[in-house]
Design a protein around this ligand. Structure first.
Ligand code: AMP
Ligand code: MN
Ligand code: MN
Ligand code: MN
Length: 284
């Protein structure tokens, strides 16, 4: 689906372009349908819509929600991202996003507090400077970048691997909405629920299959197609699960600007014969 990108970030979360700059970049790329899907916030939507006024680009309302699921047999909870798209009545979702933002703000402080004894300094105020003082916009990307800029790690990835990814000493789980509640509130807001990047959670193939199964059971609408850099066997497994559960597909680059320069805006995988794009259901 050339010209569609339904998963992008601005500097309202951990992207580097402002919503307006993102819209300009999208127009330059020949994108005609763009969803801004910042982490747990829709605060960039109005700016994106303003920038797209009178242009040949349609903005789809969106947000990437930090959610979680678990297997009944184990106590472990796994994090998962759900992209919400094309909300016709954003109020129910907005109300829950306010709670998610509070969790995000408190968690950022907790992560920095855990880091302090490990690195011998408190970086919280430097992290806050990266988000214009708006604590509920802080993602682990901002914390990782701060660690890199201070020379505590050499690369952003190293900050995750050494300190802040799951299993490391300064990891703090995002204890927000459950997968079931996430899908429910998206539907209450008359939007579509998309399982984001199913191959990016460090899950076994069995757990990816289980996740897609419960996502479908809870009424989820579509699964994001994995990027072409994933092994063909993994992509084919996801294609089979999509078909088996009668799910639609979504396409998005997960563009983050210069924070992840290898991800290009509008670079999306090919939709296979028989797959139905969620964008075909969008309400104008
Ligand atoms: P947060 O929502 O605060 O947990 O931050 C999540 C963001 O951090 C993701 O959207 C990615 O952009 C980035 N991220 C998560 N895990 C990693 C990782 N292992 N390496 C690099 N970036 C990551
Ligand atoms: Mn991100
Ligand atoms: Mn994500
Ligand atoms: Mn994303």
């Amino acid at each position: 689906m050339h010209g569609v990108d339904l998963h992008t970030h601005s500097n309202i979360s951990d992207g580097t372009l402002s919503p307006g700059e993102l819209v300009s970049a999208a127009i330059q790329q020949g994108i005609h349908t763009l969803a801004l899907t910042d982490h747990d916030t829709m605060d960039g939507l109005a700016l994106a819509e303003q920038a797209a006024q009178g242009q040949d680009l349609k903005i789809i309302s969106g947000v990437e929600i930090s959610s979680q699921w678990s297997r009944p047999a184990t106590k472990k909870s796994y994090s998962v991202h759900v992209v919400a798209l094309n909300m016709q009545n954003p109020a129910p979702l907005q109300a829950l996003l306010e709670q998610q933002k509070q969790i995000r703000a408190e968690r950022a402080k907790q992560i920095c507090d855990l880091l302090t004894p490990l690195i011998g300094q408190d970086i919280y105020n430097d992290v806050l400077l990266k988000v214009e003082g708006v604590a509920d916009r802080i993602t682990r990307t901002h914390i990782a970048k701060t660690l890199q800029e201070k020379g505590i790690v050499t690369r952003v990835q190293q900050a995750f691997d050494k300190y802040i990814k799951e299993g490391k000493k300064a990891y703090v789980k995002f204890d927000g909405l459950s997968l079931e509640d996430t899908i429910r509130v998206i539907h209450d807001s008359q939007g579509f629920a998309v399982l984001a990047h199913p191959t990016r959670y460090d899950l076994s193939a069995t757990n990816i299959r289980y996740l897609i199964e419960i996502f479908a059971k809870y009424g989820g609408d579509a699964v994001e197609l994995p990027p072409n850099i994933d092994p063909a066997s993994t992509r084919q497994m996801v294609d089979r699960m999509i078909a088996e559960h009668g799910l639609k597909v979504s396409v998005g680059s997960d563009f983050h600007g210069e924070n992840m320069p290898w991800i290009k805006l509008g670079n999306i995988p090919r939709v296979k014969d028989g797959q139905i794009g969620i964008w075909e259901s969008f309400v104008e």
